[in-house]
Design a binder for this molecule. Sequence first.
Ligand code: MN
Length: 702
Amino acid sequence: MPSIDTLADRLSSYLAADQVNLVRRAYFYAEQAHDGQRRRSGEAYVTHPLAVANILADMHMDHQSLMAAMLHDVIEDTGIAKEALTAQFGETVSELVDGVSKLTQMNFETKAEAQAENFQKMAMAMARDIRVILVKLADRLHNMRTLEVLSGEKRRRIAKETLEIYAPIANRLGMHSMRVEFEDLGFKAMHPMRSERIRTAVKRARGNRKEIVAKIEESITAYLQREGLQGEVIGREKHLYSIYQKMRGKRRAFNEIMDVYAFRIIVDKVDTCYRALGVVHNLYKPLPGRFKDYIAIPKANGYQSLHTTLFGMHGVPIEIQIRTREMEEMANNGIAAHWLYKSDGDDAPKGNHARARQWVKGVLEMQQRAGNSLEFIESVKIDLFPDEVYVFTPKGRIMELPKGSTAVDFAYAVHTDVGNSCIACRINRRLAPLSQALESGSTVEIVTAPGARPNPAWLNFVVTGKARTHIRHALKLQRRSESINLGERLLNKTLTGFDSHLEKIAPERVQAVLGEYRLEVIEDLLEDIGLGNRMAYVVARRLLAETGDAAPSPDGPLAIRGTEGLVLSYAKCCTPIPGDPIVGYLSAGKGMVVHLDSCKNIADIRHNPEKCIQLNWAKDVAGEFNVELRVELEHQRGLIALLASSVNAADGNIEKIGMDERDGRISVVQLVVSVHDRVHLARVIKKLRALNGVIRITRMRA
Ligand code: MN
């Protein structure tokens, strides 16, 4: 059982005597505060904070973190106020303790929400002082190590949370050792049988592999020495959880995974890394396409190393990692490695620390944009599993993006405004689809246009949380302003029928109606109308309630301009185009759908003023409209080309083409053509009629 004295001994190797004394004082304070409390295992409670402090001492954390570790459950479990801690140990330590407590004490409706909420708080805490999260991680690690005494259900809940939230965070902060321990302990608690089976299998395999491992290790060492290079060669094993995940995710057999021999070479300096790489490539043939230089381009969590895979004797694959001692520390401890070198934590943040802060900053920005916690966690979950691609801006800056990212993700990563006004992209100087997944090493250039807007279809392919959140945000804003605009026009049109206008209605009356609907401002009401959630006719009558029940004079139709945006759509069943007689059907939440006046689908509600509204086309209606044509013609060679060139000659655009043969002689072609209006359509049809062999052309309407 480690005592405060053994800890103090260890601490004096890297902390000043007065700092060690402060840690001691915090310990005795905690011992007294928790007096009489016991852990589930029966031990005195203070053994837990002491163990947490020991974990942090392994990481050479500063004295303030260690003091916070000693006191981390005091506010939560003993009712001692934060102010009392401030008086005793100063502002910084009490802030740290408070931060850790806030992460611990949370109650939520649903589990998913709890995790999302947890995560946000953690991110916020990190932004203020990253040490809060390190103390929290150490706390969780000790709880995981002593998980056995808990009941089955509680154990599984904690294990699941650890796998879903804490392990990815440790990974993101580059703390490999901690992540591996979280994962193996979590795996054991969630799936004790599977974990045990894999553990035994690994042990057995280790025996069989011993000889080969020793042989490879020897020859690598000998080769390094011959070249005069100092290097330590270590055989590596995959941890249980990663073996399990590989077996599940990639559906590989245990033997296939274990068939790989993995080594790490630790050298003195960067230059030696590359020379050692030369040596091993000389010893065994490298597998093409497997070499990765994470020294020149570190991973997003700060990880640096050279990776290569070799064909060993008898063709066994050998994975090699080459790195310096310092990179090794970083790879194992990540952000915490910062403290391994600096004992006073007040230094300007740099390196890993800066990277982690950068990440936290990104998380917080997203959080501000995302409406609720679940949407938020959906966004960040993706960012927690970093499988990156590296691409370049036209100026040569390196951007890291998650695997599968597209040019739109890239655009949002460069800047929100670039993303929002993006219209096209060039990948390696060639125009490419915005949806194309980017590959490492590509140069990506974004073409923007002022006034351009995000396309809802982008949500189908973007990968990064940042892009997703910003697109949703922009669409939300756009939809609101468009709904308000349409709602106002609808309402005023109806009011005109009653010989009134929104401006003519007394503000008190408007307020009263808003009150009835429990809405704050008139814009909310107009938005509701525009979205089809409230009927303009009903609202108009409410607004006019005081003036009696005068029957409306005949409604003048509302003019459609084609620029209404997301709140107006054209019915797929009858595809109206400008010039056609039309009506609007108000569909709750979706806004207005424009149908042909003669469309069968709306025949029943056609004259219901609460559901349908008279429309006509504005003179200067904008846009392209799709219509479907059915062309019957005699079968001939090059038929499609002929049709296409006729449509083209009439300035029309073919959007879609389909064909079925009725018999050997007659073909029926379905064309979806985009046109400006009926006059334009007539021109297209005229051109098509002029073709040889055309028998009949029909415009399709449901
Ligand atoms: Mn604790």
